[in-house]
Design a binder for this molecule. Sequence first.
Ligand code: XUL
Ligand code: CO
Length: 439
Amino acid sequence: MPEFFQVPKIPFEGPKSTNPLAFRFYNPDEEIEGKTMRDHLRFACAFWHTMRMNGSDPFGSATMLRPWDDGTDSIENARKRVRVFFEFLEKMSIPFYCFHDRDVAPEGATFAESCKNLDQVVEVFKEESQRTGVKMLWGTANLFNHPRFMHGAATSPNADAFAYAAAQVKKAIEVTKELGGTGYTFWGGREGYQCIWNTDMKRETEHLAAFMHMAVDYAKKIGFTGQFYFEPKPKEPTKHQYDFDCAACINFLRAYGLEKDVKMNIETNHATLAGHNVEHELEYAASQGFLGSVDANAGDTLLGWDTDQFPTDVYMTTKMMLVIMKYGGFTTGGLNFDAKVRRESFEPIDLFYAHIGGMDAFAKGLKIAAAMRASGELEAMKNARYQSWDSGIGASIEAGKESFESLFDYMMAKGNADANVSGRQELFENIVNRYLFDN
Ligand code: XUL
Ligand code: CO
């Protein structure tokens, strides 16, 4: 088989290496807390970005040099892209991949033709997955590109758009099952609205719930045991997305009885668009029992849209790994690079630099987080802030033994609350930096 990239398999060379095509920290077999880095991080590559982004933006046309791609929508070209993709995954030691149905296979003139196109490409995924051992992390359906979804899919005022989307997701779940995928993601796409005057919000959210129930029911029927994920994003493309953030999504899942079947897929750049940090979203979801998977990327601090950049900030990856490890790590989920190279980074080799950077940033974050966990220093300082809850009145409140009346009597007798203790934020931050510098 021809090689599409003139790049050798990326080796691990250790922290002293200056080879730009080597890992300095990502050493897949290295064990941390009794588990390999590969299993902690469960990296996945996003087909839509790595294989399909052509560098166009609203002001400029395509820039990417992709010599293997003939630029057509033919099935042959689509099948070839899959071979190229797996060569990349193998060379990068990335164990998982994700795709939308329409990234991998062209839309046909009819729904039946689209399904047939997809089957022809899935055939190659199956072959390549068997050859390389690289597996599907999660599948999904593109319910936002085609004009039929201009008003949304499950939340469209057009019942036929809903029906088309349902048919498409049925097929996408089948394909995910066929490829042994361990998850299926719902990202809202256009599930939201632009204008309250023409929108029946209640009806639309009920339709979205009905849609997800149909997906869960069908998965059970065919024995698809993968985890469903809901991916929050507050805006873009619509002004008000119904899946704004983890809190909104979890409320939606609980309100409509989906909380047992759907967890969260949390994306860094979506968190920042919602005015949160990703660690906030991770902690919120995980503490409520909804941590599923992560779309690992980064936004630009000065830009207010979804720039989907590769994550390189070790401070951020450390915070992310701390939450993920605190809640026992990934089961079905992983770190999917929902990230694209910049329009100006148009050569194939930039795909390698980008993924190496992201993987090393997370490997380093994992190591720092493990060192923090091993010493327990920060955890102990945090726990000390809450020591008033460990005994006396605090322990009694936590045990459910107190009421407003008993606390009224308690304070009447005591006269005043105990003095507060400093939060020591700056000290915490300095200690965090010590771990960053020393590990
Ligand atoms: C869009 C986005 C999607 C989902 C999958 O912002 O993140 O690519 O991850 O549909
Ligand atoms: Co995403």
